[in-house]
Design a binder for this molecule. Structure first.
Ligand code: FBP
Length: 551
């Protein structure tokens, strides 16, 4: 294979491990745990895996004589930088337990387990992927492991391969399902353990024991580099407002982290907009005022960051989307009628079939956006919010608002826009040192949990703003992170999604600064991720973590 010069050098990087994982490991049991909410319901649903203690690894103990262990690994959901290092961490960990241990990778995500598609991950294969981005070593997928029939199919192949454990690398939903699987295998005495690893660039799988999900660090560094470059261009040409949509399905962690790194003029935080119940018009007003005030200073340029999931957090848009989901639900009479119409008549037809309020919201949207809301639906019939060009929606609405302000003598200036969406370009970047080290440690931790016979645990590596050898590795029972939520009309046990906390230190700092950043040009240019060089630039953690840990 032809590989780049960087890849060649980077392959030699030896990820840093917490001290406790460098030799024989002592597994220390902490206090019994409770779920974050709905304790009674969760305990009843997970009788075999509820209430287990937190585990912390310490140096020492005697290196015990161990038998080989066989592990199956699955990558689930969207790519996140560092996935390959979780796999190399598991590989090295189980080989350290016994050289005859084996690692099998299920292909194309959880579906590979059900369809019995796998590959044995040999040293030769794993070595080729160390410290690289992407999930291409075995591929990923979004099949949900939910029913017992799938679990039973999975057990067949686990038995054929003589697996001791499955490690599922995924986000909140995949780890929820991993926990259900762990409980099921424990209930039927299947003899197969299940361990989870916290992945997602979105940064919304975190809590007291999981400080961050892997990939968030690298992805936000890539986006911040690009935002910084655009800010420099904006400040050089002084003629464009750049509206940048940032990936992150629901939570605005990515937007907040990038704002803390780059200090743009506007950053919208969906959670705040929902909390203040701001209308789309109010959001547009806020943006237009910043544009106008900068224009007063002669600055007809700027940068605005817009989180991908924004529209679902704006109350009237949320209602509109839910009405559209019902109106255009597949197989309904209304959907059939809609499809029979000429394209040019569809938006008008939709507007007349909504409630009065939603109809007026729908009519206020630029035509192209209104059409996007009626077209792109996922297999469950929901509008695919990531496909809505929110950046254009806001740019066009701000432009209209500025025209009104100009007519009223409230704005003198020029408003030229450029639109961007940063998403996929950050998901498979070569992991930063932080993600390379963190992921390798998560994988290694998973191997220790397997050797200790644990199931229903998530790999946990904490104290991550300290140097890696001071990180605290261990395991957290997944049931501890669960609560009951309504999904598709039914109450289900799920891992609580972490949204941006409006009382949290990262957001509070942002609020204290955003006024200055709006009107001054205080741009910061972080530059590209550094893989070689002084630790001050190579081993940086996220601003979010620094604020959260008060560092
Ligand atoms: P995960 O939650 O599975 O990690 O995926 C996150 C994500 O990258 C979101 O930020 C984005 O909205 C979504 O995946 C895009 O999904 P797809 O890869 O299917 O287009």
């Amino acid at each position: 294979m032809n590989i780049s010069a960087l890849q060649k050098e980077r392959a030699k990087y030896q990820p840093k491990l917490p001290k406790s994982l460098k030799g024989a490991v002592k597994v220390v049991e902490g206090a019994k745990t409770e779920s974050v909410a709905d304790q009674k319901e969760i305990a009843a649903l997970f009788p075999n895996t509820y209430g287990m203690p937190i585990l912390t690894f310490e140096e020492g103990g005697k290196a015990a004589e161990s038998a080989p262990v066989n592990v199956g690994v699955i990558l689930s959901g969207g790519q996140a930088p560092g996935g390959h290092n979780v796999i190399s961490g598991i590989f090295d960990g189980i080989k350290n337990i016994h050289p005859d241990s084996k690692l099998f990778g299920f292909l194309g995500g959880p579906g590979g387990l059900v369809d019995h598609k796998y590959v044995e991950l040999t040293a030769e294969i794993v070595d080729e992927y160390r410290n690289t981005g992407g999930f291409d070593i075995i591929g990923s997928g979004r099949t949900k492991l939910e029913d017992e029939a799938q679990f039973d199919k999975g057990l067949e192949i686990a038995k054929d391969l003589n697996l001791n454990a499955l490690v599922i690398i995924g986000g909140d939903d995949s780890n929820t399902n991993a926990c259900v699987l762990a409980e099921y295998y424990a209930r039927i005495n299947a003899g197969v353990q299940v361990i989870g690893c916290p992945k997602t660039i979105d940064g919304d799988l975190k809590n007291e024991m999981i400080e961050t999900s892997f990939g968030f660090d690298t992805a936000t560094k890539v986006y911040s580099e690009l935002i910084g470059n655009i800010q420099r261009d904006a400040n050089s040409a002084k003629k464009y407002w750049h509206f940048i949509k940032l990936m992150g399905r629901s939570a605005s962690h990515i937007g907040l982290e990038c704002a803390l790194k780059t200090q743009p003029n506007i950053t919208l935080i969906s959670e705040e907009i929902a909390d203040k119940k701001l209308t789309l018009g109010e959001v547009v007003d806020y943006m237009a005022k910043v544009v106008a005030k900068r224009a007063d200073n002669g600055d007809n340029f700027g940068v605005a960051l817009i989180p991908e999931g924004l529209v679902e957090f704006i109350p009237e848009m949320k209602v509109l989307i839910s009405e559209l989901n019902d109106l255009l639900a597949e197989g309904t009479d209304s959907e059939k009628e809609f499809k029979m119409l000429r394209k040019s008549h569809r938006n008008e037809w939709v507007a007349t079939h909504l409630t009065e309020i939603s109809s007026s919201v729908f009519r206020s949207l630029p035509d192209g956006i209104a059409t996007q809301l009626t077209l792109d639906r996922d297999p469950h019939g929901n509008v695919q919010v990531s496909l809505i060009e929110t950046e254009k929606l806001l740019g066009e609405m701000v432009s209209t608002r500025l025209d009104e302000m100009k007519a009223n003598g409230e704005y003198v200036g020029k408003f030229g826009t450029q639109y961007h969406f940063f998403g996929y370009e950050g998901r498979c970047a070569a992991p930063s040192n932080f993600d390379a080290d963190y992921c390798y440690s998560l994988g290694y931790t998973a191997s220790v949990l397997v050797a200790a016979g644990k199931t229903g645990y998530m790999s946990s590596v904490r104290n991550t703003t300290a140097p890696a050898d001071k990180w605290i590795a261990g395991g957290v029972p997944v049931t501890m992170m669960m609560n009951m939520e309504k999904r598709h009309g039914h109450m289900k046990p799920v891992i609580q999604k972490a949204l941006v906390e409006l009382e949290g230190a990262p957001f509070k700092y942002f609020v204290s600064k955003r006024g200055e950043w709006a009107y001054n040009t205080d741009f910061v240019y972080p530059g590209p991720i550094q893989y070689f060089g002084p630790t001050e630039v190579c081993d940086l953690t996220t601003e979010t973590l620094k604020f959260e840990q008060n560092k």
